[in-house]
Design a protein. Structure first.
Length: 142
C-alpha cells in the first residue's frame, strides 16, 4: 500500500526531537513507524501516523517544516532473508531504493518495512510479480 509519510525537519539540538514527539503525543497521535536521519545541523524525522494530512497541518501550525511523501509499506514474513528478497526484486528491475526502515508488528509472523522509491506504481508491479505483499490499512493502523 502507498502511505503518506511525514518528514519533519528538526534542529539537531538537545530536546528538539522530544519536542516534536511530545507534541504528537499531546494531541493523541499514535506514531506507527519512525526513522530519523541527521546531519550536524538538523535531522529529518520520518513518521507514519494515521491522518497524515491533519498531522502535517498541526505541526506546521506549531512552526515545524513538514513535507508529505508517498512511500510503500510492504508486509513480509518475519524470517531471515525476507527483506533481501524484496530488495533483490527491486534491484533486478533497476528500481533504486532511496531509504527503508522497519516498524513494529503486532503479528508475530510478519514484519513491515517502509520503502522509498522514485516510482511507487512500478515498484508495486515488480513486487506483485515476485509475490511480495503490500501492507494494508489494518496492518498499519490497527
Amino acid at each position: 500500500m502507498i502511505l503518506k509519510q511525514l518528514s519533519v525537519f528538526v534542529e539537531n539540538k538537545l530536546g528538539k526531537l522530544v519536542d516534536v514527539v511530545e507534541a504528537l503525543g499531546q494531541e493523541g497521535i499514535d506514531i506507527r513507524a519512525l526513522s530519523i536521519a541527521d546531519t550536524s545541523d538538523f535531522g529529518i524525522l520520518r513518521v507514519i501516523v494515521s491522518g497524515p494530512d491533519d498531522v502535517a497541518a498541526l505541526l506546521r501550525e506549531q512552526g515545524y517544516i513538514v513535507r508529505l511523501t508517498n512511500v510503500l509499506a510492504v508486509s513480509l514474513p518475519d524470517a531471515p532473508g525476507s527483506l533481501a528478497k524484496v530488495l533483490r526484486a527491486l534491484s533486478d528491475e533497476n528500481i533504486n531504493v532511496e531509504y527503508t526502515y522497519a516498524f513494529v508488528s503486532h503479528n508475530e509472523d510478519k514484519a513491515y518495512v517502509v520503502i522509498k522509491v522514485e516510482n511507487n506504481e512500478h515498484a508495486m508491479q515488480v513486487l506483485a510479480k515476485h509475490g511480495v505483499l503490500l501492507a494494508d490499512e489494518e496492518d498499519i493502523y490497527k
